[in-house]
Design a protein around this ligand. Structure first.
Ligand SMILES: [Fe+2]
Ligand SMILES: [Fe+2]
Length: 259
């Protein structure tokens, strides 16, 4: 499915076929799915670098997610073409299916990119491939086309090894749990009550505004055209700056505990 298939509905919302993958840009595809009754939709993404030979999968998801995610990936590329998997942190909803993905990909050159604090934990998933500590490649992956992906540590948001990834070419930030949202609103491109749609997830899962605020200050200095979170809605245009400023001020985690 391409953006041409996304039509304006009669109530001014976009009618989207979530049974197919969705092109967010020409080369970045959402390969998630909607799960009836779930309030925490997961968003795996696939980057197919058109100028080179690299295909990068971001946060492929859980074991139960595997068949649906993989069907959408296979509709786009043969799995053997996948050269890298980026893991924002070690949670089961993020990467519980890594071992089976590795099995299907069958690419001996496949690399899994993560922070060392994450690698120590995902090593227990029974993986056989190469785990690449992003610090050892200066937090940067240069694809064969020359396209650069910058890994941005967002430590303790909410995991000690949490990272985001910035695709310099499209200024797209794959943000992991940060900027995520819980809710029944299943639109991938807009959230009811934005930016408050992000509140409950960050209040529950992020440790403190003391950690969140400097991360938002850092992100506000980067050129970001869109944010692709692992949960909730894709944020584009003015919503990027609104989301950053909103989270910069949001009390969360221990800030809300009575001691
Ligand atoms: Fe998480
Ligand atoms: Fe998550």
């Amino acid at each position: 499915m391409t953006s041409d298939d996304i039509e304006e509905g009669s109530n001014n919302t976009r009618a989207i076929n979530y049974d197919e993958s969705l092109a967010i840009t020409r080369e970045i595809h959402w390969v998630g799915f909607l799960e009836e009754g779930s309030r925490l939709r997961c968003n795996p993404y696939l980057l197919i670098d058109g100028k080179g030979d690299d295909v990068i999968l971001f946060d492929p998801g859980s074991i139960p997610d595997f068949p649906k995610v993989m069907r959408k990936v296979i509709d786009l590329v043969p799995p053997q073409k996948i050269t890298g998997i980026v893991v924002s942190h070690q949670d089961p909803d993020v990467c519980g299916n890594l071992a089976v993905i590795e099995d299907i990909v069958e690419n001996p050159n496949l690399k899994i990119y993560a922070h060392l604090n994450t690698i120590r934990l995902i090593a227990h998933l029974g993986l056989v491939g190469q785990l690449q500590d992003i610090a050892k490649i200066d937090n940067r992956l240069t694809l064969s086309s020359g396209r650069i992906l910058d890994f941005i540590p967002l430590l303790y948001l909410h995991s000690p090894g949490a990272i985001a990834t910035l695709d310099r070419q499209t200024k797209s930030l794959f943000s992991g749990d940060v900027f995520g949202a819980i809710g029944t609103d299943n639109d991938l491109f807009s959230a009811d009550d934005f930016p408050h749609s992000m509140d409950s997830f960050h209040q529950a899962y992020m440790p403190s505004n003391k950690v969140l605020r400097p991360a938002m200050d850092m992100l506000s200095g980067l050129q970001i055209d869109r944010i692709l979170p692992q949960h909730g809605a894709v944020l584009e245009g003015d919503d990027v700056a609104i989301a950053i400023e909103h989270l910069r001020r949001l009390p969360c985690g221990v800030d809300l505990m009575e001691v």
